[in-house]
Design a protein around this ligand. Structure first.
Ligand code: IPE
Ligand code: IPE
Ligand code: MG
Length: 246
């Protein structure tokens, strides 16, 4: 767990990008147009994360529950993912961004999967921003797959049950090796995790804004960072004596 409470800039920011549909509805447009506008917001925020030297940016793009949407909407989102992988990956690569898709990729078509794997391969050596795009991701899925891997290691005699601790569980999650999110932003006024990072958000600062995702711009991002900088992270301890840090 990241316990660096002295830094005012988050190392890892996770975002539940919500409100594309409502943004479109308010303008009399189709939900598709909302998702398209949401992509422009993604571009702005990624650029800002690079400028601010954020280490990890996790974007919740498609949840394991989003399969219950109409097929046309799902297909449109799949096309957007492929478009990022095919047409925008070069730009991300030029900015030294390392892109990875987290989630159960097995449910995607082989074309979409290949696009995602290609984008990850192209950028895997990059040392700049780590951009984690969560697709068909669910926090419960992540824990279940971690437990399955751990159970298999126990069954093979490689591990004992007593060896299971928080560190071992974290090392089997799809976010293994990354610091836990310091800040989680959710747009559109909803105040829930919707099965995003469950384990990883144990001590994450939560920031909710009514702004709809396509309207989430540089100023909105700055406002979230400002609020984070003024939070006191205690990790169960007592408040720091002021004189220590002033
Ligand atoms: C978030 O916007 C994008 C995805 C979940 C893919 P929504 O599509 O959930 O937008 P609302 O919540 O209907 O406004
Ligand atoms: C959460 O948004 C998932 C993503 C942003 C990808 P939803 O719009 O699917 O969440 P609920 O259904 O309102 O909880
Ligand atoms: Mg929504």
């Amino acid at each position: 767990m990241n316990t660096d409470s002295h830094s005012n800039i988050p190392r890892h920011i996770a975002i539940v990008m919500d409100g594309n549909g409502r943004w479109a509805k308010m303008r009399g447009k189709s939900r598709f147009m909302g998702h398209k506008a949401g992509m422009d917001a993604v571009g702005k925020i990624v650029k800002m994360a690079v400028e601010k030297k954020i280490e990890v940016l996790s974007l919740f793009a498609f949840s394991s529950e989003n399969w219950s949407r109409p097929t046309e909407e799902i297909n449109y989102l799949m096309q957007l993912f492929s478009d990022v992988c095919r047409n925008q990956i070069k730009k991300l690569h030029e900015h030294n961004i390392c892109v990875r898709f987290l989630g159960d990729l097995s449910r995607f078509s082989s074309t979409v999967r290949k696009d995602m794997e290609g984008a990850a391969r192209m950028t895997q050596e990059n040392t700049g921003l780590k951009l984690m795009i969560a697709v068909n991701y669910g926090g419960q899925w992540d824990l279940v797959q971690a437990f399955q891997k751990i159970a298999a290691r126990i069954a093979s005699g490689e591990l004992t049950a007593q060896a299971i601790d928080a560190q071992l569980v974290a090392a089997h999650l799809s976010t293994a090796g990354l610091p836990d999110p310091d800040l989680l932003i959710r747009t559109s006024g909803e105040e829930r995790l919707s099965n995003f990072y469950l384990w990883q958000c144990a001590y994450t600062e939560l920031y909710f804004t009514k702004t709809l995702w396509p309207d989430f711009d540089e100023a909105a991002f700055e406002a979230a960072l400002h609020e984070y900088a003024n939070r006191e992270r205690r990790f169960g301890a007592i408040p720091q004596a002021k004189s220590k840090h002033q």
